[in-house]
Write a protein that binds this ligand. Structure first.
Ligand code: ADP
Ligand code: MG
Length: 251
């Protein structure tokens, strides 16, 4: 199983705050990895390092076997990224924004047009094609963010809380899209919404305070509850993440 995304012992601190404290993980083509952790655990920081936006203090990032800091331009060519909160340009139309993003990735002419149309179809944006981004609802805005992340058909997709703040129907649309995109890419998706994990993710990594505290299938992890308790991902999550905090606080 060839990993398209590989993080090796990644570390990143902000002054005295150790945001990412030695995280390693890998994701293969066809796989969706759920990246879970409480608020402030280091999910977004890990993802920013994985996409080459932040330079790690230590460790390695490899995209399709390409070292992010040795060959950043090449590595980033294989990447699609939906940042936390999915920032967009409100004054642009959906069409204008996708054109801008495609051009920034070096696409032009009929190739760019095809990529734009295909991304709009996959994210169901055709009905708002000429509309200003500032006028769109939250669900549509998130899909615009997803469209720019997938339009160059990247091998590796990094999605930071893609369903955060969406209503149940909008969440479902985004989940379906992630499953569909997983057919030909390696996807890492952060979330703190545990109910959606079994439906979307093949595998899970849980972090707390910048460290991996559990890795495996949702089913394996759900079994890691205190003695005698019913298997439950929610309870295991709480058990694993608070135990880690308590351990570190005492150390
Ligand atoms: P998560 O995405 O899991 O909620 P983050 O990666 O955003 O966590 O944050 C991890 C820790 O790093 C938090 O304590 C956060 O306050 C801190 N942090 C994140 N970004 C910065 C920054 N640019 N400057 C200082 N501290 C930061
Ligand atoms: Mg975050």
């Amino acid at each position: 199983m060839d990993a398209l995304l590989r993080l090796e012992d990644v570390r990143k601190s902000f002054g005295p705050i150790m945001a990412v404290d030695g995280i390693s993980l890998s994701v293969a083509r066809g796989e969706v990895l759920g990246f879970l952790g409480p608020n402030g655990a280091g999910k977004s920081t890990t993802m920013k390092v994985a996409v080459g936006f932040l330079r790690p203090d230590g460790g390695r990032v490899e995209i399709c076997g390409i070292d992010m800091w040795a060959r950043p331009v090449e590595a980033k060519r294989h990447l699609g990224y939906l940042p936390e909160g999915a920032p967009l340009y409100d004054e642009m139309t959906v069409r204008g924004f996708l054109k801008f993003c495609g051009a920034a990735r070096g696409m032009s002419g009929s190739g760019l047009k095809r990529a734009m149309e295909e991304a709009a179809e996959r994210t169901r944006l055709t009905s708002v094609w000429g509309q200003g981004i500032g006028t769109l609802s939250k669900g549509f805005r998130r899909r615009v963010g997803l469209a720019q992340a997938i339009m160059h058909r990247p091998d590796v997709l990094i999605l930071d809380e893609p369903t955060d703040g969406l209503d149940p129907n909008q969440k479902q649309v985004v989940r379906d899209l992630i499953r569909e995109m997983a057919k030909d890419s390696a996807i890492i998706v952060s979330t703190h919404i545990l109910e959606e994990v079994p439906a979307v993710c093949d595998r899970v990594v849980i972090i707390a305070r910048g460290r991996v505290v559990a890795a495996g299938t949702a089913e394996d992890i759900a079994a890691r509850v205190p003695d005698g308790a019913e298997p439950s991902l929610e309870m295991a999550f709480r058990h694993l993440t608070t135990r880690e905090s308590a351990g570190r606080a005492a150390a």
